[in-house]
Design a protein around this ligand. Sequence first.
Ligand SMILES: CC(C)(COP(=O)(O)OP(=O)(O)OC[C@H]1O[C@@H](n2cnc3c(N)ncnc32)[C@H](O)[C@@H]1OP(=O)(O)O)[C@@H](O)C(=O)NCCC(=O)NCCS
Length: 194
Amino acid sequence: MENEINSKAKQENGEIEIRQMELDDLPACFAIGEDIFTAEKWPNLYRTWDEYELLDSYASDGELCLVAEIGGKIAGFALGTLIEKRRSAWIYGYLEWIGVRPDIKRSGVGTRLFKRLTELFIERGARMMLVDTEAENHEARQFFRKQGFGNETKHIFLNRNLTTHPGYLKRKASRQKLKKRQIKVPDVTQEANQ
Ligand SMILES: CC(C)(COP(=O)(O)OP(=O)(O)OC[C@H]1O[C@@H](n2cnc3c(N)ncnc32)[C@H](O)[C@@H]1OP(=O)(O)O)[C@@H](O)C(=O)NCCC(=O)NCCS
């Protein structure tokens, strides 16, 4: 079955190689993420794709950061981490981000990345794997279901605008005062040149 899924990508692009992410892969992975994790599609701030997401994962969990390569080009990536809870014998493998280049989607790349990451989690003692995604991301939900995930639970995010909070306004006012004072500082070098 896996061979069947991957055959399309193989025919069009050669073999899919899954390997650990290397420093040189970061720009390509970042670019893929920018393409697919857009703010319009995922409008909450707790999961914003930026260079720190990638760098932090790579620096702290490098062995759980994978790339898929086809014909020498990065086709996708997966970033994982292990979560150990205090007073619990359980280790959780958390898939933080998985992304596949739009032009190569539905060719089995995501499945291959996912399977390798699962193996790595198990090798490191994980007993449970966690993923999360926005409720409207039906593509990802279908993908995770296909990988054997269930027990979907809902979690809601709320936001409050702090720019009318007295503390925010006080801070803003004091920063503006400071800015004005800085502007008033005479430029001694200009005076000396006149
Ligand atoms: C989710 C994602 C990683 C899947 O990668 P992929 O390489 O396209 O997935 P695969 O080809 O391995 O698909 C495996 C199975 O998942 C399901 N699936 C994948 N994409 C699907 C889609 N668009 N619609 C319905 N089912 C889908 C199918 O069951 C598929 O098997 P099939 O093709 O035999 O029917 C990819 O679509 C992606 O990068 N999405 C944007 C980023 C994202 O949402 N990431 C998840 C949250 S971090």
